[in-house]
Design a protein around this ligand. Structure first.
Ligand code: ZN
Length: 213
């Protein structure tokens, strides 16, 4: 056990259960992780989210060495994100239906709300299709978020990934990303009133994050 590991396991369990209850994690799809220094805790492969226990999460070093448990098949995606985005402390991946639909129609989903700009960025980029669980997918998604300075991205023909400075923020970011996709689908072909560019940038710059409580 690492220092802080027991508390991190409890927090991760709380958010995974919440995600399942709120319909964000459905079936056994998706995976969630939290960083503890040079390690991460991640949901096990093929999780039944409502039955998980705190001891079921896998502990993996950021260099990829599995120390305990049976990590999700998307472990590589989580590792690539932590390695390339130093500020990220939690990663959320799910198969959000609006996110998947919007990713089929565009390379960048516009954002129309302040919380969306704060949590995600100026827009929500779409990563090209790469096979689930592949190193190519991990690389594609991590590089896209870094170059577009976004905290989330859609994964074409698959789902989304979202990040945060804690689990609350990563979870909120995932919901904001699916909502942005829904707003885009509802207003597609119309003339939606996006915020002015300076206002988008101001909100993103001034966003101080969500705090755990
Ligand atoms: Zn997936």
């Amino acid at each position: 056990m690492l220092p802080d590991e027991a508390a991190a396991r409890r927090e991760l369990l709380r958010f995974v259960r919440r995600g399942a209850r709120e319909g964000v994690l459905r079936g056994t799809f998706g995976n969630v992780s939290v960083r503890i220094g040079a390690h991460l805790l991640i949901t096990p492969t093929a999780s039944d989210y409502l039955r998980l226990r705190a001891g079921d999460f896998a502990r993996v070093r950021l260099d990829g060495q599995v120390e305990d448990g049976n990590p999700s098949s998307e472990l590589g995606l989580h590792l690539a994100i932590y390695r390339s985005m130093a500020q990220v402390e939690a990663v959320w991946h799910d198969h959000a239906a609006y996110g998947v639909a919007a990713a089929l129609l565009t390379d960048a989903v516009p954002i129309f709300t302040g919380e969306g700009h704060g949590l995600i960025g100026i827009d929500l980029p779409v990563a090209r299709y790469r096979p689930a669980g592949s190193q190519e997918l991990a690389q594609e998604a991590a590089e896209l978020m870094v170059t577009r300075r976004a905290s989330a991205c859609l994964l074409r023909n698959h789902g989304l990934c979202a990040t945060g400075r804690n689990l609350m923020e990563a979870y909120s970011c995932a919901i904001a990303a699916d909502e942005a996709a829904q707003h885009f689908l509802l207003t597609r072909g119309l003339e939606p009133a996006a915020l002015p560019q300076e206002e988008k940038e101001r909100i993103r710059r001034d966003f101080t994050g969500y705090h755990m409580h």
